[in-house]
Design a protein around this ligand. Structure first.
Ligand code: C2O
Ligand code: CU
Ligand code: CU
Length: 473
């Protein structure tokens, strides 16, 4: 196992500087690892009389020089590509005004957030062009790294690909008191990892074949926070990386070029109770993780964070020539009390979902997403087991709105050690059955229902999605 990682990493470091070298045309890649990592700005807000934090998000068209000598047409939020990071605290009340300045309908969904259906953006809450939508809700959940992205009917993939996505960071008592790197962009660094495909003129090439439709759109060019092969300068200390797989369809297995250990401290929707030592981190589309990486002994050197599935380096980390700073790893980060007193046998209902894929067709439980059809009706506050069965070979990241769940078992056996945090997106591998323990504490009506779906955005758009209401008994 160790050896295999090593072999893969050997390739990774040897190709890291020649990756994107060859290109005809006047359009070419920038010299690899010559451009600084961009850090998404923190979203500014107004404080209203009652203390509500008011944010303004503008969905707009833009242009970015991802490649040298050309501009790519993009979408962005308050900018050309991606959006600002919304950073808030538990118990904050937010008002978010979303203005759609695009030439098509769109809508923004708060991925992982606990809120009522009418406050969330789903396909049923389309914002027509040149109109706005305001939503007000209270943050009532754990510290973690969440995100926002479009959820437009049959266009989620295309609009996310063009650049609509941003991070949503929540802090709480645990995260504030924990001894962790906390300086945004300095030692607490967000990394939105995406892959793209470009044509000769540097235009994004989205879906064009049946293969894209079935397998999801994957590109060979990697962007981190919207920059191809960037570098970042950090101090010789322990840094925290908040990583979002914001890709439409690509999975990553993240490793460092020096094969060093690191600690995962958080999953999608909570801290892990204790830091978990790992060497590689698998992230499927929609999933997030926070990790701590000890760089204190590496001053005046560089390492790469790469993907061992594609054997490509994603970002170069330059460790400055400064005195090293020691760090004491917290032994405990939180206690996950959710679901702890619910035994599996006590769950009120087992709800079965089968992820179905046939020739040119995909859906869940034999049905395709239909905006006028409510697939499941859930009772507010009840705990259920959602049993997700993958009937094909391809892994699907399964996501549920309006909740955080606990992964109970994989094929009736144990789960991965990093799945003990609360989650909202989980990979169901080929021919696998997963049990999730889930409670719904936020209402959703049939006008604005919640969704569950595969987070490969082409699968979602093709109908591997369903709707559910949450109502009092
Ligand atoms: Cu991140 Cu319904 O999605
Ligand atoms: Cu979501
Ligand atoms: Cu899928």
């Amino acid at each position: 196992m160790k050896r295999r990682i090593f072999v893969k990493l050997g390739i990774l470091s040897s190709i890291s500087t020649s990756l994107y070298a060859k290109e005809k045309n006047s359009v070419r890649f920038y010299k690899t690892f010559s451009q600084a990592l961009l850090i998404p700005p923190l979203a500014q807000y107004n404080v209203l009389k009652d203390g509500t934090k008011e944010f303004n998000l503008n969905l707009q068209e833009g242009e970015v020089s991802f490649l040298q000598g050309a501009k790519t047409k993009t979408y962005g939020i308050n900018g050309n590509f991606l959006g600002p990071t919304i950073k808030v605290e538990k118990n904050d009340t937010l008002k978010i005004n979303v203005k759609n300045s695009l030439k098509e309908e769109s809508v923004i969904h708060w991925h992982g957030l606990h809120l009522e259906g009418h406050n969330d953006g789903g396909p049923n809450r389309s914002i027509k062009k040149n109109t706005s939508w305001s939503t007000t809700f209270k943050i009532q959940q754990r510290a973690a790294t969440y995100w926002y992205h479009p959820h437009t009917h049959e266009k989620t993939g295309a609009q996310t690909y063009k650049g609509l996505a941003g991070l949503f960071i929540i802090e709480d008592e645990d995260s504030k008191k924990a001894n962790l790197p906390k300086e945004y962009g300095i030692d607490d660094i967000p990394l939105i990892i995406q892959d793209r495909r470009f044509d000769k003129n540097a235009n994004f090439v989205y879906k064009y074949s049946m293969h894209d439709e079935m397998m999801g759109v994957k590109g060979k060019v990697f962007l981190v926070n919207g920059v191809n092969a960037p570098y970042v300068d950090v101090s010789p200390k322990t840094i925290r990386l908040r990583i979002l797989n914001g890709s439409n369809a690509r999975f990553y297995s993240l490793v460092f070029s020096n094969i060093q250990d690191f600690y995962q401290i958080a999953g999608d929707a909570s801290f892990l109770e204790k830091p978990l030592k790992i060497k590689k981190l698998l992230l499927a589309p929609g999933e997030r993780a926070e990790i701590l990486v000890d760089l204190s002994t590496l001053k005046n050197t560089s390492i790469y964070l790469g993907d061992s599935l594609s054997n490509k380096a994603l970002i170069k980390i330059n460790i400055k020539n400064e005195n090293k700073q020691n760090f004491i790893l917290p032994s405990r980060l939180t206690t996950i009390h959710e679901y702890s007193n619910i035994r599996k046998e006590k769950a009120l209902r087992i709800r079965n979902f089968s992820l179905d894929m046939r020739m040119m067709w995909m859906g869940i439980n034999g049905k395709q997403m239909d905006m006028s059809y409510i697939n499941e009706k859930i009772i507010l506050g009840e705990t259920e087991i959602w049993r997700i069965k993958n009937n094909n070979e391809m892994p699907h990241p399964f996501h549920i709105h309006g909740c955080s769940f606990k992964v109970l078992s994989r094929n009736n056996k144990g789960i991965f050690p990093n799945e003990t945090a609360l989650k909202d997106t989980v990979v169901v591998y080929g021919e696998e059955t997963l049990d999730l323990l889930v409670q719904f504490n936020y209402k959703a009506s049939k006008e604005y229902p919640f969704m569950y779906h595969c987070h490969i955005l082409e699968h979602e758009d093709a109908g591997m999605m369903g709707q559910f209401t949450v109502e009092e008994a």
